[in-house]
Design a protein around this ligand. Structure first.
Ligand code: BG6
Length: 486
């Protein structure tokens, strides 16, 4: 007797559904209503891509650029997986015009790049390099000519080495002050054309990884008290930069932070777990986002840190919490799955099973609902009315197929699911105004060197050829239709 397996049956059922749909279309059926309608984004939603200076620019010692802690770290033996560095990277410093063309081809309306502090102040402070901002002048002009809005990040991890040598980098509040001066200088020069600045990128990564675990530059393994102090100095730097941009920028210049928020997701979406996830979001971001947005270190944070708590003054808290215009969130893997608890602090963090799926980067667990909960809870607890997703994307193996194409279906799967959750959040009223996909092109992925590829464009690092991956077509289509789904 002919037996139909369940899988075979499902396939047949799928085929007949397809046949019916085709039939409906061939009879001139109008766009399908209801749940099948594409999920649209708001009319003025800002679609963009993102990169950072050290990861793409190269030209490491050109036009007076000083060394950064990432030059030193990458050149030291054993720090980078493939023993590479950012000396040349994507050679974007010389190829920026073509690269702006790549953004244009996507139809993206915005581009988030970072400015290299050691190009502007090679020594960290003092006299600015006369050629320091010329490259960014040219880049910004090219973007504007192409109808692409520039979003500049002032610090994406490339601290001038001189500041590390002099005062221990972020261990010193002198670095915070130097950052404020640098921010003011950049705002004076660029705010006639750059209307939106992000101060620092991912304090939540570069402080613990660089100062506590020793796996990012400057490669230090310091005790908790110093790590907490370094984080406090970054928060202070952010506040000083906000004030400097207000003082030196043209009227209407906007500023905020770009942070890899510690994401807290309700393990099961019950009201009690959602409330617990909100409490957890505040507490697990107490050392940076919460103090920036409220001007207070939480009691929970100070009690937990005990003698290791950062030293601070009330005046510093005022500077740190200078009002921002928006909040930038980098969203990748889920941080913590939360359930409500009767015991203080009111939530428990569940262990993540080892079988949880991830992308080609081991750390990049796949949880599209992170894109829903992180902005929703952030907007609720900190009363934020403008959020940008400043990074989201994935690595992939991204081999060139013999026909010369890159069929990165895994990246498309990832993006489709995360964007679907973003659309759900916006439909629920979460104020996300824009999305910057990480990354425009493959680049120097820090400790992984060139082995991890996050780009919409594949880069051949021998020839510097850029090839659009299939995901570039996917993203172009999303942008053109301002919608996800069909
Ligand atoms: C973010 C950074 O943490 O994630 C980017 O802001 C980085 O600069 C991206 O490239 C991917 O991280 P990683 O560690 O896999 O290179």
């Amino acid at each position: 007797m002919f037996k139909v397996s369940r899988r075979h049956f499902a396939k047949l059922a799928g085929l007949s559904a397809l046949a019916l749909a085709t039939l409906a279309r061939s009879r001139g059926g109008a766009a399908r209503p209801g749940p099948y309608a594409p999920a649209s984004f708001p009319k003025d939603f800002l679609w963009g891509t993102a990169t950072s200076a050290y990861q793409i620019e190269g030209a490491a010692s050109e036009d007076g650029r000083g060394p950064s802690i990432w030059d030193t770290f990458a050149h030291a033996e054993g720090n980078i997986g493939d023993r590479s560095n950012g000396d040349v990277a994507c050679d974007h410093y010389h190829r920026y015009k073509d690269d702006v063309g790549l953004i244009r081809e996507l139809g993206a309306k915005a581009y988030r790049f970072s400015i290299a502090w050691p190009r502007v102040f090679p020594d960290g402070t003092g006299t600015p390099n006369p050629k320091g901002l010329d490259f960014y002048d040219r880049l910004v002009d090219e973007l504007l000519r192409s109808g692409i809005e520039p979003y500049a990040t002032l610090y994406h991890w490339d601290l001038p080495q001189a500041l590390q040598d002099r005062g221990g980098g972020w261990l010193s509040s002198e670095t915070s002050r130097a950052f404020g001066d640098y921010a003011g200088h950049v705002a004076t020069r660029l705010s006639d054309r750059v209307k939106s600045f992000f101060t620092v990128n991912e304090c939540g990564r570069f402080v613990p990884f660089g100062y506590g675990l020793g796996i990012d530059a400057p490669g230090l393994k310091l005790p908790d008290a110093q790590v907490n102090q370094a984080r406090h100095h970054v928060a202070l730097a952010h506040g000083l930069a906000v004030q400097a941009i207000r003082a030196h920028g043209r009227v209407g210049t906007r500023v905020g932070v770009a942070e890899n928020i510690s994401t807290c997701l309700p393990a099961i979406d019950t009201p009690a777990n959602i409330e617990a996830a909100a409490v957890a979001t505040r507490e697990l971001n107490a050392g940076f986002l919460n103090v920036i947005l409220t001007g207070q270190y939480t009691e929970g944070f100070l009690n937990y840190a005990g003698a290791n708590a950062p030293k601070f003054t009330p005046d510093e808290l005022k500077i740190i919490s200078s009002p921002n215009d928006f909040l930038g969130l980098n969203i990748y893997a889920p941080g913590y799955y939360i359930v409500a608890s009767d015991r203080p602090p009111g939530f428990s963090v569940l262990p993540i099973p080892s079988s949880f799926p991830h992308m080609s980067s081991d750390w990049l667990r796949i949880a599209p609902e992170t894109m829903y909960w992180a902005p929703r809870l952030a907007a609720e607890i900190w009363n934020v009315d403008t959020i940008y997703i400043t990074e989201n994307g994935t690595s992939g193996i991204d081999k060139l197929h013999p026909d010369g194409q890159v069929y990165d279906l895994d990246r498309i799967m990832f993006l489709r699911n995360y964007l679907t959750q973003l659309q759900r959040a916006i439909t629920d009223g979460v104020p996300v105004r824009g999305y910057f996909l990480w990354s425009l092109m493959d680049n120097f992925e820090w400790i992984f060197g060139y082995e991890k590829r996050f780009g919409l464009y594949r880069v051949d690092f021998e020839t510097q050829a850029r090839t659009p991956k299939l995901s570039a077509s996917f993203y172009r289509d999303v942008i053109a239709r301002n919608a996800i789904g069909a």
